[in-house]
Design a binder for this molecule. Structure first.
Ligand code: HEM
Length: 262
């Protein structure tokens, strides 16, 4: 493989000469990087999948060769040589390489994570309140099942008898239903949020654990709701969860720093 000069020197290259596929998975190489932007070459072996995620940077994908599918905010985009895609910061996306796939990814500077929710996503989350009410406990029971299997280390923070007798899944289901119905009026949930935040501080919940609970909860919603969990519903709940997680993280930070646990 050709060695590239640093970002301080001008240079040119033939992209095809830089392409190198691994037997499986992803090979990536940073072509150019400065304080604000980054250009990388991604080479994905046929069959490689990247699960849905978000980035805090605006991004442009330019496909060089091969074929794949990009799911961007719930819409499928065919990736073929010459396809250019702009992905706005914080837009959820997932990728599959149907053949060996090479593309250039250009990233802008980091943008602050999007605060607040779009009206469309507020409406979608509210429209799911009746199904959350009906299947809430099933969803939260499934969420704990996934979390305790994939992250057994969190078990020690929980009172496992409250899991076994169903009280904790029921409390979480009630909180999620409350959020679905009052997502645009968080003041109505102040007392509930405060109570939960204090319990979280007592049990040493950390900010970085919110993404674990979030992923497990979204998976549980998918598992329980099946076809009703459309891409739009999942995208709305992903954004909604992030907003609620930030509310808890901030409140818990205040409690931790003043150390008033009760
Ligand atoms: C937005 C996300 C979350 C919601 C809506 C939520 C909701 C709740 C609720 C309703 C309770 C019961 C509070 C009470 O007894 O009054 C609770 C307790 C608890 N939560 Fe969360 N929680 C969230 C995130 C997390 C995270 C990230 C963790 C970290 C692992 C966590 C760990 C716990 C623990 C350990 C308890 C105590 C449970 C017990 O007593 O067994 N929660 N949460």
């Amino acid at each position: 493989m050709m060695t590239l000069p640093t970002a301080t020197n001008s240079f040119s290259a033939t992209i095809k000469d830089l392409i190198e596929y691994p037997k499986s998975g992803i090979f990536s190489k940073i072509l150019l990087k400065d304080n604000n932007s980054q250009y990388s070459l991604f080479c994905l072996a046929a069959g490689t999948e990247i699960d849905e995620h978000t980035s805090t940077r605006n991004a442009v994908i330019t496909v060089v060769e091969g074929r794949g599918n990009l799911n961007l905010e719930g819409k499928d985009i065919d990736l073929t040589p010459g396809t250019l895609v702009f992905m706005a910061a914080n837009a959820p996306h997932a990728l599959q390489a149907q053949e060996n796939l090479a593309f250039i990814l250009a990233l802008s500077e980091h943008l602050p994570a999007k605060k607040g929710l779009t009206q469309t996503n507020i409406d979608i989350v509210k429209s799911t309140a009746p199904v959350i009410k009906e299947h809430g406990k099933q969803i939260t029971t499934r969420m704990y099942e996934i979390m305790f299997t994939t992250h057994p280390e969190v078990k020690e923070q929980f009172d496992m008898s409250a899991q076994a007798n169903g009280t904790q899944p029921a409390k979480l289901a009630a909180a999620i239903y409350g959020y679905a119905t009052h997502i645009d009026d968080l003041d109505a949930l102040k007392a509930m949020i405060n109570k939960i935040a204090h319990r979280h501080v007592q049990t040493h919940v950390l900010p970085e654990q919110y993404s674990i609970v979030g992923e497990c909860l979204l998976q549980a919603i998918k598992d329980v709701l099946g076809d009703a969990a459309t891409q739009e519903v999942m995208t709305a709940w992903r954004q909604a969860y992030q907003v609620l997680a930030d509310v808890f993280i901030n409140r818990e930070q205040q409690i931790y720093s003043t150390n008033h646990c009760n």
